[in-house]
Design a protein around this ligand. Structure first.
Ligand code: ATP
Length: 304
């Protein structure tokens, strides 16, 4: 009950930090009632397979500005779908619609053929696990912080989640092992370590659908590899949606959706999209040039 809103807080916080950058706005947004109407006597979502469908979705936050136009795609059960595109293209908005933080302006979003407006919000959110960029850590031990994913989980289950999320070696290196206090008044974790705590929590929650909001800040390659391996472990048998910032992390995705200006510009596998010579290839080349430039810069700084 407490975990989901707190987990979502990181997501909301990032949105505000990015666009409004004002702490007062954070509190006003959190105090704001949910934007979506509650359907009376709605049944619970039954997500057995995890088929997600966006059908001709249109969306505006405000009447005077269209954010998404005619967006249609599917995540087939067990598939990994990635969303890429320039900043402001509408990637996070798609996730907010799937989580029903807002309702679509036109079209529909459904899970296993049930329109998400026609089921209870609780059951919808129980079936979706978000691994946000910024995870909220409580002033508690690292072990209990993982257990927040499902407070009734046994010690054995928490330990299994720690292993699958590639957190074991890190925890063993801490002064008090899994009793080490973390959070505001304890040990501060790096971005990559925090994201692995979020993955461990999600493993415990066992949702049918997973959303990964990849960190925009660059991680060192060892940390990135640990996260990628953890994501692979957790997404086995689940439908997953990845908001990707580094294209190198989604080469293996079943489908890559390239967003631009609120529309789908192209979609397909990494190989297909590179052969197309379109928007994806441009993003890919731009990112490669950027990485080469950064590595040249760091070499020249080292030699100074
Ligand atoms: P980034 O990669 O920078 O996170 P994004 O592709 O995820 O970007 P969105 O966050 O979905 O993009 O934003 C799409 C557009 O919607 C942007 O122009 C943004 O300014 C606008 N937007 C986002 N949230 C709101 C909001 N709460 N109210 C009004 N406009 C918003």
């Amino acid at each position: 009950q407490i975990f989901m809103p707190l987990n979502f807080l990181g997501f909301v916080y990032r949105e505000i930090r990015g666009s409004l950058a004002n702490i007062e706005n954070l509190f006003s947004l959190l105090n704001k009632k949910s934007q979506v109407p509650i359907t009376p006597n709605a049944p619970e979502l039954s997500a057995q397979k995890g088929l997600v469908e966006f059908k001709h979705v249109g969306f505006s936050y405000r009447k005077d500005r269209i954010i998404l136009q005619d967006v249609s795609f599917k995540i087939l059960p067990g598939q990994k779908v990635a969303i890429v595109g320039e900043s402001g293209a509408g990637k996070s908005t798609l996730v907010k619609l799937l989580f029903r933080f807002y309702d679509v302006t036109s079209g529909s979003v459904s899970i296993d053929q049930q329109d998400i407006r026609q089921v209870t919000q609780d059951s919808l959110r129980q079936n979706i696990g978000i691994v946000p960029q910024d995870t909220v850590l409580f002033n508690d031990s690292i072990f209990e912080n993982v257990r927040y994913g499902r407070p009734e989980a046994s010690n054995l289950e928490v330990n299994q989640a720690i292993d699958l999320a590639n957190l074991r070696a890190f925890i063993e290196s801490l002064p008090d092992k899994h009793e080490t206090q973390v959070g505001e008044r304890g040990l501060k974790l790096s971005g990559g370590e925090k994201q692995r705590v979020a993955i461990a929590r999600t493993i415990l929650k066992r949702p049918k659908i997973l959303i990964f909001d990849e960190a925009t800040s660059s991680l060192d390659s060892q940390s990135e590899q640990l996260i990628l391996k953890a994501i692979k472990n957790v997404s086995k048998g689940h439908s997953s949606l990845v908001i990707a910032h580094r294209l190198s992390t989604i080469i293996d995705a079943d489908n890559i959706i390239v967003m631009g200006d609120g529309k789908i510009l192209e979609q397909g596998s990494h190989k297909c999209l590179l052969e197309k010579d379109g928007a994806y290839k441009q993003l890919w080349l731009a990112q490669r040039d950027n990485e080469e430039q950064n590595s040249e810069d760091s070499h020249s700084t080292e030699s100074l």
